[in-house]
Design a protein around this ligand. Structure first.
Ligand code: NAP
Length: 504
C-alpha cells in the first residue's frame, strides 16, 4: 500500500463507537445478557452486540446438519423468563430452537443493538482511560467500559489434520458447517467421529446415501430416547392449563440433577446408564461383533452421555459400515486406514467436535500493564472466578466461561445465573462510583482450588476416558464440579469482598 493509499484507508475508517458495554455473540448468552442490561436500564446507546455472522443464534444458527436437535428437553433448554409452552418435541430440532431465539430477539427489540458481520479479533484495556478498546476484523473500534463474551466454547470447528486431505477430490465439510449445496443422495459418505453431532446425523443421512462409513475412534454411551412429536393435546395442556408447563420444567430439572448427582458424587450409580446403553445397542444391533465394537469400555458419563432411539438403527442399516481402524491419510478418492485399506468415498463429514479448551484464543485480550490473557491461560490453565470474571482483568466477563459447562443439565440455566451475576457486578461498579472491578487473585484461587478438589471425585476425572473436557495437562477446564443449583447459589449474590474496585 502506498502512503497515500494508507492515508486514504485511515481516513475512510469509521471513528470509534463509544458505548458502556460490548457483548460478543448473539446466541443464548449474548441475547440473555442484552435482555439483562435492558432490564438494568441500559438504553440504546449503552451497549452493542458484536456478531461474527449475518444472523443471530450462535450454535443454533451454525449447526444445520440433518437431524440436529437439542439433547436437553426444550422446556428446560429455554429461558426461564421466556417459556414456550408449545414446543413440538420434547427434544426440539434445530429449526425450532433457532426460531425461538429469533422470536426472543424480536420481542426485546435486540436486533437494533447488533452489528452483524463483526468478528471481534482483539480487545485491549486502557489503564488510563479504564476502558476496553475492542477491534473487529473489519477495522472498526469500539470503546467500552464493560466487555462480556457470550461466545461460548463450542464455536470453532475442529477439523483434524489428515495427511493428503488437500488431495481429496470429493466434498468435505464439518458438521457445524454443513454444505447444503452438496447432494448426498446416492453417494458414498464418510462420517468421521461418533459424538453428539454424529449420532444425530447418522440415522438421518443413512436414508439417502448409497453407502455410509462411520469412523469410530471411541464409542459413545447412547441412552434410549423416544422423541416423537408431542401430541396436540399435550401442547394444548401446557398452553392452557396453568402450572403444567412450569411443573414439567421442574420435573425435567430435577431428573437431570439426579444424573448430575451420579456424575459428580456417586459415579458408581452410572452403572445403570451402562445397562441402559447396552440394552439400547442390543435392541437394534443383532451382530455380536458389531455390538462389541459399539460398546464403550469406560464409565458412562465420562464423556457426554448421548441419547437416541435411532442411532443404532442407522448403524445396523446394511448400508452402514463401522470402521475402527485409525485413519492414516486421505487420497484423491477416499480414506486410508492403518490396515492399509483405501475406502473410496464421495463426501466426508467431519463430526469431530470443536476447539474447546483452547477456544478462548479466538480473541486476543490484553489487560492492564499489557498482560496477555491468552498467554496467562496457556501458562497457568484456563481459570476464572466463579467461571465468569478473571483476576486482574477489569470489567471482563465470560458467559459459559471456564468450568461452567455441563454434562447433565441445561446450560441455559447456567447462562441465566451468570447474566444475573454480571448484571450485579456492573451495578456494584456504579454503586461504588468506581470505573472497574476485577476479582482478587486470592478469591479466584480459592474458588478454583475448591472446584478442582470437587472435580477429582467426578466421573469426568475418574471414568477411564480421555475427553475434550480435559486440557492438554489432563485438567478439567470445561465442566462445573457440582449440581447446577450449587452454581446458582455460588453466583446468586455478587460478593464485593472477592473483588477489587478500581478508579473510584
Ligand atoms: P464431540 O462430541 O466432541 O465428538 C467428536 C467425535 O469426533 C468423537 O467421537 C471423537 O472421538 C471424534 N474425533 C475427533 N477427532 C478425531 C480424529 N482426529 N480422528 C477420529 N475421530 C476423531 O463433538 P460433537 O459431536 O460436535 O459435539 C460436541 C459437543 O457439542 C457435545 O458434547 C455437546 O456438548 C454439543 N452438542 C450438543 C448437542 C445437543 O443436542 N445439545 C448436539 C450436538 C453437539 P474421541 O471420542 O475418540 O475423541
Amino acid at each position: 500500500m502506498t502512503i497515500a493509499e494508507e492515508a486514504g484507508a485511515v481516513a475512510a475508517q469509521k471513528s470509534p463507537v463509544r458505548t458502556r458495554a460490548v457483548i460478543i455473540g448473539s446466541g443464548f448468552s449474548g441475547l440473555g445478557m442484552a435482555i439483562a442490561l435492558q432490564k438494568q436500564g441500559f438504553g440504546f446507546e449503552d451497549f452493542v452486540i458484536l456478531e461474527k455472522a449475518d444472523d443471530i443464534g450462535g450454535t443454533w444458527r451454525d449447526n444445520t446438519y440433518p437431524g440436529c436437535a437439542c439433547d436437553i428437553p426444550s422446556h428446560m433448554y429455554s429461558f426461564s423468563f421466556e417459556p414456550k409452552p408449545d414446543w413440538t418435541h420434547m427434544w426440539s430440532l434445530q429449526p425450532e430452537i433457532f426460531d425461538y431465539l429469533k422470536g426472543v430477539a424480536e420481542k426485546y427489540g435486540l436486533r437494533r443493538y447488533i452489528r452483524f458481520n463483526s468478528r471481534v479479533e482483539r480487545a485491549t484495556w486502557d489503564d488510563v482511560e479504564m476502558r476496553w478498546h475492542v477491534f473487529t476484523a473489519d477495522g472498526q473500534e469500539y470503546v467500552a467500559q464493560f466487555l462480556v463474551s457470550g461466545a461460548g466454547a463450542l464455536h470453532i470447528p475442529l477439523i483434524p489434520e489428515i495427511e493428503g486431505a488437500d488431495e481429496f477430490a470429493g466434498a468435505a465439510f464439518h458438521s457445524a458447517q454443513w454444505d447444503h449445496s452438496v447432494d448426498i443422495t446416492g453417494k458414498r459418505v464418510a462420517v468421521i467421529g461418533t459424538g453428539a453431532s454424529a449420532i444425530q446425523l447418522v440415522p438421518e443421512i443413512v436414508k439417502d446415501v448409497a453407502e455410509l462409513q462411520v469412523y469410530q475412534r471411541t464409542p459413545p454411551w447412547v441412552m434410549p430416547r423416544p422423541n416423537n412429536a408431542l401430541p396436540e393435546w399435550v401442547r394444548r395442556t401446557f398452553t392452557e392449563v396453568p402450572g403444567t408447563r412450569a411443573a414439567m420444567r421442574v420435573a425435567i430439572y430435577w431428573l437431570h440433577e439426579v444424573v448430575g448427582f451420579g456424575m459428580t458424587k456417586q459415579p458408581e450409580l452410572l452403572r445403570i446408564g451402562a445397562l441402559l446403553g447396552k440394552w439400547n445397542i442390543r435392541r437394534s444391533v443383532k451382530d455380536k461383533a458389531l455390538r462389541r465394537k459399539l460398546t464403550p469400555d469406560y464409565r458412562a458419563g465420562c464423556k457426554r452421555i448421548l441419547n437416541s432411539d435411532t442411532y443404532y438403527r442407522g448403524i445396523a442399516n446394511p448400508k452402514t459400515q463401522v470402521i475402527t481402524e485409525r485413519i492414516t491419510r486421505m487420497t484423491r478418492d477416499g480414506i486410508v486406514t492403518a490396515d492399509g485399506v483405501e475406502h473410496p468415498v464421495d463426501v466426508v463429514v467431519f463430526a469431530t467436535g470443536f476447539h474447546v479448551t483452547d477456544s478462548y484464543s479466538y480473541v486476543d485480550v490484553t489487560g492492564p500493564g499489557g498482560e496477555d490473557l491468552v498467554d496467562r491461560w496457556n501458562r497457568e490453565g484456563v481459570e476464572a472466578h466463579r467461571g465468569v470474571a478473571v483476576a486482574d482483568m477489569p470489567n471482563l466477563f465470560f458467559l459459559l466461561g471456564p468450568n461452567t459447562g455441563l454434562g447433565h443439565n441445561s446450560v441455559v440455566f447456567m447462562i441465566e445465573a451468570q447474566i444475573r451475576y454480571v448484571a450485579q457486578a456492573i451495578a456494584a461498579v456504579d454503586k461504588a462510583r468506581a470505573q472497574a472491578v476485577a476479582p482478587t487473585r486470592a478469591a479466584q484461587d480459592a474458588f478454583n482450588g475448591d472446584l478442582q478438589d470437587g472435580l477429582a471425585k467426578t466421573v469426568w476425572n475418574t471414568g477411564g476416558c480421555r475427553s475434550w473436557y480435559l486440557d492438554s495437562h489432563g485438567v478439567n477446564r470445561v465442566l462445573w464440579s457440582g449440581m447446577t443449583w450449587q452454581y446458582w447459589l455460588a453466583t446468586r449474590r455478587f460478593k464485593r469482598d472477592e473483588y477489587r474496585f478500581i478508579g473510584r
